[in-house]
Design a protein around this ligand. Structure first.
Ligand code: HEM
Length: 145
């Protein structure tokens, strides 16, 4: 998720959201032509608009898939009520964030949508931290601490 947020910063910073305004294809292709046009290759991850936007999409979808797997595992596990509530919240915010990202892109980055998408990233990170917090072990009260 941290990488997805970082990649989002590169999309905003290079104004990559102003091009390839379709989803899931970019100019009719899953992986855009010219993904690796810069040399050395690593430069593409920071300065090539096509690659910067593709990386953010890929990382975002991977983040959402991982969260859905955690959610599915959580449904089968015996979790305390706060953790169950938190994992439902996490998956809902993740799906909302992906939908917001796609909408921001398709409408060519209107400021209110872009700002909501940015705030959504903070909310998603917060939801993940809250979920992790609900899973913490409580130290036994044996009087030794
Ligand atoms: C887990 C899902 C996602 C997270 C956590 C996330 C996070 C972010 C973050 C932190 C930014 C930078 C905002 C800024 O600095 O102004 C950003 C920008 C952006 N994201 Fe996402 N994003 C996600 C999914 C997506 C998806 C699926 C798309 C579209 C396919 C998308 C499209 C964009 C665009 C176009 C921008 C640039 C907005 C601008 O220029 O202000 N995002 N994203």
């Amino acid at each position: 998720m941290a990488l997805t947020i970082l990649a989002g910063g590169f999309v905003a910073g290079t104004r990559a959201g102003l091009t390839y305004n379709s989803f899931p294809l970019m100019d009719g292709r899953l992986v855009p032509a010219g993904y690796a046009q810069l040399r050395p290759f690593v430069l593409n991850w920071f300065e090539n608009i096509a690659a910067v936007q593709f990386d953010h999409r890929l990382l975002a979808v991977a983040t959402a898939v991982v969260i859905m797997l955690v959610w599915a595992a959580g449904r089968r596990a015996v979790l305390p009520r706060p953790a169950r509530v938190a994992v439902h919240g996490l998956v809902a915010i993740a799906l909302l964030q992906v939908a917001l990202g796609v909408t921001t892109l398709v409408f060519v980055v209107p400021l209110p949508l872009a700002a909501t998408h940015q705030a959504g990233a903070v909310l998603l990170l917060t939801a993940a931290i809250v979920f992790r917090h609900t899973l913490r072990r409580v130290a036994p009260m044996d009087g030794k601490a």
